[in-house]
Design a protein around this ligand. Structure first.
Ligand SMILES: *Cc1c(COP(=O)(O)O)cnc(C)c1O
Length: 355
């Protein structure tokens, strides 16, 4: 039976990518060696890193002044790294608190400077993207989480803040087009729309770096990594390679604009059903709904056992909601086909017709 993978992360990758990755683990480029047993300084792997970095620039249409890196530590180290590289000693930054990951970013940044939380939706269990106050004079950047994976909310576009932007785009990078010009830094863990866990992508304006006045440990200094072409130390070779395969897959399938069209069709299908079917209600406010993660619950909890049995027998996997929201979460990353969302909608309708 075909499995429909709605996991929130790590999550679905294109089948072509998995096949190619599996083959490269046995024999990479016909070398008679595995991808994971060759030197990261070999010309075959250097070519992987260079193509991955340039594919990001191309797919995101990044300005010339941007650099792209693939490092370790996940988005969770990115919270600290972002502030380390962009928040001057004694300086101030503005943060929007729109979910668990935003709150974690705020906690780390507070270790390094004055953090002004300019808006928060915590009081309503993060059911929407909060309105936020304009950052005060002297604010170095505004940080936000573009898509709140746990709560199923998403900024509808790039916020206007009047200061440079920094964004954690872990769960919606490459899912829709945007203009990178207002950003000083974008970071994203690989395991939602790019590849396996184990690498985090940083894309940043190199002119914005190096002005904090603090001594930065080498591994946390983005300019150190940029100066070494993302090869300051041994990079996470397998996650970077699988990410490259996914980037190639996106390019071959119409790029980010085509991903966005597919994602909008999938999210329209599920939200239309959530709104139509009296057995279900959404968690997120309608104007904050995410195209990547749809959060919803049953209006009658006594039907949970039956619903769970129905979706499981339809081959649906990974639908359980995060413990802080409950209910269900359908994660519909780039690689998830429309057909999988249709299968879920069919199951929701089957539950309704049982009466
Ligand atoms: C998953 C996720 C993270 C955490 O990423 P790690 O790689 O586990 O550190 C951070 N932010 C967002 C928006 C996420 O979805």
């Amino acid at each position: 039976m075909k499995i429909h993978n709605f996991s929130a992360g790590p999550c679905i990758l294109p089948p072509e990518v998995l096949n190619e990755a599996a083959a490269a683990v046995n024999d990479f480029n016909g070398l008679g060696l595995s991808l994971i047993e060759i030197s990261h300084r070999s010309k075959d792997f250097v070519a992987v890193m260079e193509e991955a970095r340039s594919a990001v620039k191309e797919l995101l249409n990044l300005p010339e002044r941007f650099d792209v890196l693939f490092l370790q530590g996940g988005a969770s180290l990115g919270f600290y790294t972002a502030a380390m590289n962009l928040l001057p000693e004694g300086g101030k930054a503005a943060y929007v608190d729109s979910g668990t990951w935003s709150a974690k970013a705020i906690k780390e940044a507070k270790l390094l400077g004055n953090i002004d939380v300019v808006g928060s939706s915590k009081a309503t269990n993060y059911d929407g993207i909060p309105a936020f106050n304009a950052p005060e004079a002297g604010t170095s950047y505004l940080h936000y989480t573009s898509n709140n994976t746990i709560f199923g909310t998403q900024f509808s576009g790039t916020p206007e803040a009047g200061v440079p932007l920094v964004a954690d785009m872990s769960s919606d990078i490459f899912s829709r087009t945007f203009d990178a010009n207002p950003f000083h830094l974008i970071y994203a863990g690989a395991q939602k729309n790019m590849g396996p866990a184990g690498t985090v992508m940083y894309a940043f304006d190199r002119e914005a770096m190096g002005h904090t006045g603090r001594t930065i440990p080498s591994y946390l200094d983005l300019t150190v990594h940029a100066g070494k072409d993302s090869m300051f130390n041994t990079p996470p070779v397998f996650p970077v390679y699988v990410t490259l395969l996914t980037l190639r897959w996106m390019k071959a399938n119409g790029g980010v604009a085509a991903m966005q069209q597919r994602n909008e069709a999938k999210s329209a299908l599920i939200y239309t059903e959530i709104d139509r079917n009296p057995l279900f209600e959404g968690h997120a406010q309608v104007d904050s709904r995410s195209h990547m993660n749809a959060t919803f619950r049953l209006t009658d909890e006594s039907k949970a056992e039956r619903f769970d049995a129905l979706w499981q027998s339809a081959g649906i996997s990974g639908l359980k909601g995060h413990r802080s929201v409950g209910g269900y979460r359908a994660s519909m990353y780039n690689a998830l086909p429309l057909e999988s969302v249709q299968t879920l909608v069919d199951v929701m309708q089957a539950l309704e017709s049982e009466g």
